[in-house]
Design a protein around this ligand. Structure first.
Ligand SMILES: *[C@@H]1O[C@H](CO)[C@@H](O)[C@H](O)[C@H]1NC(C)=O
Ligand SMILES: *[C@@H]1O[C@H](CO)[C@@H](O)[C@H](O)[C@H]1NC(C)=O
Ligand SMILES: *[C@@H]1O[C@H](CO)[C@@H](O)[C@H](O)[C@H]1NC(C)=O
Length: 356
């Protein structure tokens, strides 16, 4: 014990001791650098591309979307029409479509093709028909729900009546019972209801495996992008793959996300004004101290922070990165530090798909 302490003292004492420590640290660093280099090149060459892009083995798990018990087709009598307006980003709207199908099933209602949000951040007014294969959607779900593209006109006493639907705002994560009581009552009274907004309006956890399987059928089987979208995405992916390994990431550093999170502190006064305005127009007011959001971990990481994390995980300068989604808010000021650490960056408009 005494001896060791004396040795330590000697080491940490005089200049010679300090130099020794520096030398040892340097050797350790160099060694670990060399081993990590050889390790990473070894694993790289061992990866079989066929295997990498193939489907992972299921280990006996099987797709769970087909019904496993008696699942009757929708009854001949419909309780009315269900209209919904989805909102949010494309992924959130996709989840809302799954919920709309399930809600229609629960209510024995006829689902009108869900309306997609055209006013949001994306400014994309393609609608359901412009993005998804409608025929495939209706056909795939024919044993689950009745679906129409629009509510047919009602002819009564020689008059034509247009049903619009009684407008209701469902509670967030509403339970099934809300649909079979409140919503059902209005549907029976008015013949049609219109639920808006419709993101996160049906509880995620539902104690009925068949209902959960129906959601899977919608998401993984019924919702198929239209051929021209599939072609474009396939050509982007094929192009990227043809040039070797790449990583795709979604930084979530977009105006809507930042405005929603209330992360204003790192932006210029002009940018803050834009974010505040967007927040006021699109989201419910919240009692929040915006200057503290970052400190309590409520903000998306900046592109630079993400780059440092990727570097720390071992991805080097040569890593090719495909940035998914839209323009980064704040522009150059935030993209530049990212590009300094990862210069090989691509996005959907920079990938040249003409040759593949
Ligand atoms: C529902 O309609 C189909 C065809 O339209 C018919 O074959 C079936 O018997 C009907 N079911 C009931 C319960 O009425
Ligand atoms: C829907 O139809 C099924 C089968 O016909 C029936 O058992 C169920 O009670 C109905 N639900 C509602 C809410 O009408
Ligand atoms: C894609 O990258 C180009 C340059 O590499 C840039 O000018 C453009 O703003 C980026 N677009 C998006 C949507 O990120």
């Amino acid at each position: 014990m005494a001896l060791r302490r004396r040795q330590l003292k000697r080491l940490s004492g005089g200049t010679v001791g300090k130099l020794w420590i520096v030398a040892i640290v340097l050797v350790i660093c160099t060694l670990s650098l060399l081993t990590s280099r050889t390790r990473s090149t070894a694993t790289r060459s061992e990866i079989s591309l066929e295997e990498l892009w193939g489907t992972a083995p299921s280990d006996g798990w099987r797709p769970s979307s087909a019904p496993r018990s008696d699942w009757l087709p929708p009854p001949n009598h419909s309780n009315g029409y269900l209209r919904v307006r989805c909102n949010g980003g494309l992924n959130q709207q996709r989840t809302a479509i799954c919920n709309a199908v399930l809600s229609a099933r629960i209510m024995n209602a006829t689902l009108v093709l869900p309306e997609l949000d055209a006013n949001s951040f994306w400014h994309d007014d393609s609608g359901f028909q412009g993005i998804y294969d409608v025929e495939h959607f209706i056909k795939t779900l024919r044993y689950d729900v009745r679906i129409v593209e629009s509510i047919p006109d009602i002819h009564k006493n020689g008059k034509t009546k247009k049903l619009k639907g009684y407008q209701l705002r469902p509670p967030r994560d509403a339970p099934i019972s809300w649909y079979t009581t409140v919503a059902m009552q209005k549907m029976k009274e008015h013949g049609a209801i219109y639920l808006t907004p419709f993101s996160h309006r049906l509880a995620e956890e539902i104690d009925n495996p068949e209902y959960q399987r129906l959601r899977c059928r919608v998401n993984y089987h019924a919702l198929r992008f239209k051929p021209h979208i599939m072609e474009l995405s396939n050509s982007i992916v094929n192009r990227l793959r043809s040039q070797g390994h790449f990583m795709a990431i979604h930084l979530r550093f977009e105006m809507d996300m930042l405005a929603f999170a209330g992360c204003f502190d790192i932006f210029t006064p002009e940018e803050q004004k834009i974010l505040r305005k967007y927040r006021e127009e699109n989201f419910a007011p919240k009692d929040t101290v915006y200057s503290e959001r970052r400190a309590i971990g409520k903000c998306p990481l900046t592109p630079e922070e993400v780059a440092y994390i990727l570097r720390a995980m071992g991805f080097d300068h040569s890593t090719r990165i495909y940035l998914a989604a839209g323009d980064l808010f704040g522009g150059e000021r935030f993209t530049k530090p990212f590009r300094l650490l990862f210069p090989h960056v691509e996005n959907h408009s920079s990938v040249d798909t003409t040759g593949s």
